[in-house]
Design a protein around this ligand. Structure first.
Ligand code: P61
Length: 459
């Protein structure tokens, strides 16, 4: 093709107005919200990059599917369509719908977790970790060292460190490792992909010890596109073929359909093990719903089935990955530190390098996220000491996670290039004033997942 510009591969036929706010208004709103961006009403946000989860714009075909939804309690037509599509994409025989990803996690780890158990992953996302720990099991993060270096240009920074994985299995004993997870793409590590070779090698390690492998498959299509672009031997494959091969090395997956199924709610747990699936369905019936709807409406299942089809279209994926790449190029030109290369669904600012004068225990990422909101009405999410830091009970000192990041996540098919140009300008503006950023102190925090409801004050 002669024209090089990658465009949004869709036209817009329904719009949602954005309400503009002033800096002065936002200053008051921030104070009222205790500097927690989760506590700001969405209508007071100009560009909302808090998450790419459940924020996609659905297509005309998905909306048409919503009208076709069969709302029968048991055995709805929409369930069979959903099941068939999930089987086609993943190859897993047992398909269990859930209301979102964490419900699939809770069911899986409820069956496989327990005291003394260790569940490794490249990096567990916070809900995954929380669900493992809720079962008194241990969550172990074993990403390759490059995955923890924001400046490393390794093409697959989400890869599992397979040597450390094997060491861990031998140390704790294979009987204590009920499942190995692999998050594709690796959200907490910067949205970085995992290579096919690494999935295969992870498979080989767990195979040697009789341990099943499950993918945390939220962003499987974006991962597949990175493999196509970056891994030798895959450039001529379709993303559908690549995704199918990725799943072929796993025994099952948890999925938040709110990401790469292009819907606003939904998820699933899928696997080949019939016995485990039977147990999972029994839990599902108690806590989510009958196995053919799992807490979703028939119309939601239709929309997921259609979304799983659309997300693998190559024009869509080219545009999708280009968005992060474009933003990365502009930030690079401005010298703004961020995790390189850009991930699939987001840009992650490197808060340690951005605001080195703010120590981790004063939450540099939160300070930057608040400044992005104050100056431009852009909502981002801290992924650092607020989300993953903890206080050592013995010393009372802050234990910081390896990375202090601010994630600007891109809702799928929602914002246009000029919206991204606006965001780039806001980030540059905050960067120019970085020396004036102040650290923060937490004034209230709950027991778990504190970033959702914590309150802060400026130091
Ligand atoms: C996100 F601040 N992610 O990235 P559910 N695995 C992975 C995820 O990225 C993920 C889930 C499982 C979100 C939403 C979110 O503290 C937070 O459908 C790799 O949200 O249950 C979700 O899927 C869970 C944001 C979740 C957060 C928890 O923005």
């Amino acid at each position: 093709m002669r024209v090089k510009t990658i465009i949004e591969p869709f036209r817009i036929k329904m719009v949602e107005p954005i309400r503009m706010t002033t800096e002065q208004e936002r200053r008051g709103l921030l104070e009222e919200a205790g500097y927690n961006l989760f506590l700001i009403a969405a209508e007071n946000v100009i560009i909302d990059l808090l998450t790419d989860s459940g924020t996609a714009a659905m297509s005309d075909a998905q909306w048409a599917g919503m009208m076709r939804g069969d709302e029968s309690y048991a055995g709805a037509r929409s369930f069979y369509r959903f099941q068939e599509k999930v089987r086609e994409v993943t190859g897993f025989a047992q398909v269990i719908p859930t209301h979102q990803g964490r419900a699939a996690e809770r069911i899986l780890f409820g069956l496989l977790g327990g005291p003394g158990r260790v569940i490794p992953s490249n990096t567990h996302f916070d809900t995954t970790r929380a669900n493992i720990e809720a079962q008194c099991a241990e969550a172990a993060d074993l990403v390759i060292p490059e995955g923890l270096d924001p400046a490393s240009l390794h093409p697959f920074k989400g890869n599992m460190d397979v040597e450390r994985l094997e060491e861990l299995i031998l140390r704790v004993g294979p009987a204590n490792v009920p499942v190995c997870m692999l998050t594709v793409t690796n959200n907490s590590g910067g949205g970085q992909p995992v290579s096919m070779e690494n999935i295969r090698r992870t498979r080989e390690v767990v195979n040697r010890h009789g341990i099943p492998l499950f993918l945390d498959a939220c962003r499987f299509a974006e991962n597949a596109y990175f493999i196509k672009r970056r891994e030798p031997g895959y450039s001529q494959h379709t993303c559908t073929q690549i995704a199918r091969e990725m799943f072929s090395y796993a025994d099952g997956c948890t999925m938040s359909a709110k990401k790469d199924a292009l819907v606003n709610i939904g998820g699933f747990l899928a696997m080949n093990d019939e016995e485990l699936a039977r147990k999972a369905r029994n839990v599902l019936i108690v806590t989510e719903g009958f196995p053919t709807y799992g807490g979703l409406a028939g119309r939601d299942l239709e929309a997921i089935a259609q979304g799983l089809e659309e997300v693998l279209h190559e024009d869509y994926l080219a545009y999708r990955i280009r968005t992060a790449e474009y933003m990365g190029e502009k930030l690079e030109e401005a010298g703004v530190p961020f995790v390189k290369p850009p991930g699939g669904h987001a840009i992650y600012l490197d808060a340690r390098a951005f605001a080195p004068h703010i120590p981790p225990q004063e939450f540099p990422g939160q300070a930057i996220a608040c400044a992005l909101y104050l100056l431009g009405g852009v909502r981002a999410c801290e992924i650092g000491s607020v989300m993953f830091g903890r206080t050592d009970p013995q010393t009372g000192r802050h234990v910081a996670p390896p990375l202090e990041l601010v994630r600007l996540a891109f809702p799928r098919r929602v914002y246009t290039q000029s919206h991204f140009d606006y965001v780039i300008e806001v980030i540059r503006d905050v960067y120019d004033r970085r020396e004036s950023l102040r650290g923060m102190r937490i004034t209230y925090e709950p027991q778990a997942l504190r970033h959702f409801t914590a309150r802060y004050e400026l130091r």
